[in-house]
Design a protein around this ligand. Structure first.
Ligand code: ACO
Length: 329
């Protein structure tokens, strides 16, 4: 780093991890049928594009999934865990009420001393975490950051509610961001609108030694759908404008992997051909904060996304929250 030059952050490496238990729509339909609940592979594929998801074993936590993802990202970056000076984990399914999943991951990585904290912005969590890490690197507060999305969403699914339990999966994705003279992250933008807290929530808490309220995910699917498509287009355009770029400058679009129809709608509004859209929702389901880094890592490792490509990451989710990150890989 030349201290006379502006300081940016760049992606140095990516990694991801999926728990081994792959559950197809047909597997899930059989499980629900045992409780008299009807669903089908056809319905799930047609409405969502999802064919399978991975579920973690009961004893496996978000930090357990984050650990191999983090190690893979460190290896790709050519760094040792001890060189990391910031850990941010985006999760809505933390291992504990506290300490943070980031601190638990830090312990599992065998390092100590660097800042470590969680970000809670549901499915926008990874975009929020990248924005915070980018700002801390640009300001000089950090030089090498592990930014992770990790979820065990299966823990908060009500398997008696077919309108939600078919949509989600578990997994973790990681990025190492490092300080650089050369721009990597070009522009970021975050938003929230708490007027819509009710359309996607897990309205439960731990109190007096018991779980109170409703500890399962509740969603107004159509309400989420309508809000998501509008805000994703708007935030993408705003981030492009901040970076002085046009729609046509995007090589790859990685929206939050919730539903293929929302993703295709967003690509269409940005006039991007469908082959510029990175899709992993078919195999991962919606892994909330893990969905974008899982998709990014899959695309990098398959050779689709290459060094120098311009990539738009877009998150949207409970809160209601949304945001975007435009970066050159
Ligand atoms: N299997 C079979 N039938 C089902 C299922 C299921 N799993 N779930 C619902 N149905 C039935 C409903 O009961 C309803 O039946 P009815 O007409 O007899 O009442 C029918 O299918 C249609 O239900 P809708 O809820 O109207 O279905 P819709 O077309 O809206 O699709 C979906 C539901 C897929 C959730 C859609 O609203 C959607 O994509 N919403 C976006 C929300 C989303 O992706 N959320 C993910 C989390 S949010 C995030 O990550 C940003």
């Amino acid at each position: 780093m030349n201290s006379a030059l502006p300081r940016y952050s760049r992606v140095l490496g990516t990694g991801s991890y999926l728990p081994p238990n792959r559950v197809t729509n047909t597997d899930l339909a059989q499980r629900l049928a045992a409780d008299g609940i009807e669903t089908s592979d056809e319905w799930i594929i047609e409405r969502t594009g999802i064919r399978a998801r991975h579920f973690a074993a009961p004893e496996v936590t978000s930090s357990d999934l984050a650990l191999p993802a983090a190690k893979a990202a460190l290896e790709a970056a050519g760094l040792q865990a001890g060189e990391i000076d910031l850990i941010i984990v985006a999760t809505s399914t933390p291992d504990m009420v506290f300490p943070s999943t980031a601190c638990l991951l830090q312990q599992k990585l065998g390092i100590a001393g660097c800042a470590a904290f969680d970000v809670q912005a549901v499915c926008s969590g990874f975009v929020y975490a990248m924005t915070v890490a980018d700002s801390m690197i640009k300001s000089g507060a950090a030089s090498k950051a592990l930014v992770i999305g990790a979820e065990v969403f299966s823990r908060i699914l009500d398997f008696k509610d077919r309108t939600t339990c078919v949509l989600f999966g578990d997994g973790a994705g990681a990025v190492v961001l490092g300080a650089s003279d050369k721009p990597g992250i070009l522009a970021t933008e975050l938003h929230a609108d708490g007027r819509h807290v009710d359309i996607l929530c897990v309205p439960g808490q731990v109190a007096g030694g018991a779980v109170t309220g409703h500890p399962f995910l509740k969603m107004d699917g159509q309400g989420v759908f309508k809000l998501a498509v509008g805000v994703l287009e708007k935030v993408a355009r705003s981030v492009l404008e901040k970076a002085g770029k046009q729609d046509g400058d995007i090589d790859w679009l990685i929206p939050h992997q919730a539903n293929i129809r929302i993703m295709q709608g967003t690509a269409k509004k940005l006039k991007l051909p469908m082959d510029k859209l990175i899709v992993t929702v078919d195999e991962h389901g919606n892994t909330s904060a893990a969905s974008i880094p899982l998709a990014l890592d899959a695309a990098v490792r398959s050779g689709k996304i290459k060094a120098g490509d311009t990539v738009m990451l877009e998150g949207v989710g409970g809160g209601f929250t949304w945001g975007a990150v435009l970066l050159d890989l």
